[in-house]
Design a protein around this ligand. Structure first.
Ligand code: ADP
Ligand code: MG
Length: 381
C-alpha cells in the first residue's frame, strides 16, 4: 500500500511526498450513541486503514486526490475555505484544514493523495479514518504539536461544521488513540482514555464484521433528533448530560420524564452500564463474557433507541442462532455493520448462516470481515 500510494502521489502531483501516514477504521464493541451524552464507549481499531501521502505547498493551495474519489484533483485556496461548499468527498480533508485554521493555527497548503482499505459507508468510520489521516499528517508537517484528543476534536469539528454530518467524537478518538491488541475505554467527557487488553486469539475467539451494505437515508436527520432528545431529557432532569445518571437512579428519573424520552434515556444509561461491565470482563481476562452484553446492547438499540433496521436485526439474530456468543450493530445505525463474537471454529459457519439468512430474506449478500484489534493513526513512511 505504502509503495503504491507513493507512486500514485508522484504520478498525480508530479513530486515526491514528504511522508506517508495511516489511520484506521474502527468497530465499536459497546457504548453506542453515548459519546454525545458525555458517556462511555469501547471501540477498537481495524487493520483496514486510510493511507495518506502528503507534502506541503507554499502557494496556499490544498490539492486533494483519492483512489476512491471521483478521479479528479480537487483544489482549494486554504485562506478561502468555508463550510457549505458542496457535498463531494473532498469536503472531509478540506474540512480538517479549515478546522485547524479555525483554531487559529496558521497552516498552509498541501498536496494530498489518499488510498483506503476501509469500506466506505459501512459504519466502520471511513470518514473518521480519512479526517484523522489528514489531521496527523498536518500536525507533523506544520509542527503543530497537538495532542491526540485535540486532533480528534479538530476532525470532529471538520465533520460536523464543514462536511455537515452530525457525529460524536468516538470515531475520531478510536482512529487516533487505539493500540494494537486492545480496545479503547473512552470517557467522552474530557476525552480520557485507557487501553484495555482484548486478546481474541488467546481465547479461541473471532470477532466477525458483517457489513449489511445498506445505509438508509434517514441516518443524519434521525441522529440529530435523537441527540436533541437526549439533551432535552438531561435539561429536564437538571443534569449536565445523561452520563450523570447511573443505573440505580434510572427508575426515579424515568418517572419524571415525558413518555417519548423514556426509551432514549433508558438506552443511554443502560448502555453506559454495559460499557462498564464489558471493561471489567476484559480486564479480568474474560473476553467471551462480552457476548451477552453485545446482544443486550443490540436489543436496546433496536427496541429503545430504534436505530437498527431489518438487515442489522437479521444479521444479529442469524449470527446468534448459528452459535455466536453475542452480536450487535456497531456505529450509528440505520444499516452499516454488525459485529459478532464467535468461537473461532464457528467463524465460517456463522458467516455462512448470516449470508444464507440474507438470501432467504431477499437481501443482497453481506460482506464478511474479521476484526483484529489494530494500531491507531501513525506515520508509516
Ligand atoms: P463511514 O464513515 O461509516 O464509512 P460516512 O458516510 O460517514 O460512512 O463516510 C463515508 C464518506 O466518506 C464517503 O461517502 C466519502 O465521501 C468519504 N470517504 C471516506 N473514505 C474515503 C476515501 N478513501 N476517499 C474518498 N472519500 C472517502
Ligand atoms: Mg463516518
Amino acid at each position: 500500500m505504502n509503495t503504491r500510494v507513493r507512486r500514485d502521489f508522484e504520478r498525480i502531483h508530479g513530486r515526491a511526498p514528504e511522508g506517508v501516514w495511516a489511520a484506521p477504521g474502527r468497530v465499536n464493541l459497546i457504548g453506542e450513541h453515548t459519546d454525545y451524552n458525555d458517556g462511555f464507549a469501547l471501540p477498537m481499531a481495524l487493520p483496514q486503514t486510510t493511507v495518506l501521502a502528503a507534502g506541503r505547498r507554499d502557494d496556499g493551495l490544498l490539492r486533494v486526490h483519492s483512489a476512491q474519489g471521483d478521479g479528479r484533483v480537487t483544489e482549494f485556496a486554504v485562506a478561502e475555505l468555508a463550510p457549505g461548499g458542496g457535498g463531494g468527498w473532498a469536503r472531509y480533508p478540506a474540512g480538517v484544514v479549515w478546522a485547524l485554521r479555525e483554531r487559529g493555527l496558521a497552516v498552509g497548503g498541501a498536496d494530498l493523495h489518499l488510498d483506503s482499505s476501509v469500506p466506505t459507508g459501512a459504519g466502520l468510520s471511513s470518514s473518521a479514518a480519512l479526517e484523522c489521516a489528514v489531521a496527523v499528517a498536518y500536525d507533523e508537517l506544520y509542527g503543530l504539536g497537538l495532542s491526540r484528543p485535540e486532533l480528534a476534536r479538530v476532525a470532529q469539528h471538520a465533520e460536523n461544521a464543514f462536511a455537515g454530518v452530525p457525529c460524536g467524537v468516538m470515531d475520531q478518538m478510536a482512529s487516533l488513540c487505539c493500540a494494537e491488541g486492545g480496545a479503547l475505554y473512552l470517557d467522552s467527557r474530557g476525552l480520557d482514555v485507557r487501553q484495555v487488553p482484548f486478546d481474541l486469539t488467546g481465547h479461541g475467539l473471532t470477532l466477525l464484521v458483517l457489513d449489511t451494505r445498506v445505509k438508509h437515508d434517514l441516518a443524519d436527520g434521525a441522529y440529530a433528533a435523537l441527540r436533541a432528545g437526549c439533551e432535552r431529557a438531561a435539561r429536564m432532569l437538571g443534569l449536565p448530560a445523561l452520563r450523570d445518571l447511573d443505573e440505580t437512579e434510572l427508575p426515579g428519573a424515568l418517572a419524571d420524564l415525558p413518555g417519548e424520552l423514556v426509551p432514549l434515556v433508558r438506552h443511554v444509561v443502560t448502555e453506559n452500564g454495559r460499557v462498564g461491565r464489558a471493561v471489567e470482563r476484559l480486564a479480568a481476562g474474560e473476553p467471551e463474557a462480552l457476548g451477552p452484553l453485545l446482544t443486550a446492547g443490540h436489543a436496546s438499540l433496536r427496541d429503545d433507541y430504534r436505530v437498527s433496521c431489518p438487515e442489522t436485526d437479521l444479521a444479529v439474530e442469524a449470527a446468534v442462532a448459528a452459535g455466536a456468543l453475542g452480536a450487535r450493530m456497531t456505529g450509528g445505525g440505520f444499516g452499516g455493520s454488525v459485529i459478532a463474537l464467535v468461537p473461532a471454529e464457528r467463524a465460517a459457519s456463522v458467516g455462512g448462516a448470516v449470508t444464507d439468512a440474507f438470501a432467504a430474506a431477499g437481501f443482497a449478500p453481506p460482506a464478511v470481515l474479521e476484526a483484529v484489534p489494530s494500531a491507531g493513526a501513525r506515520r508509516i513512511a
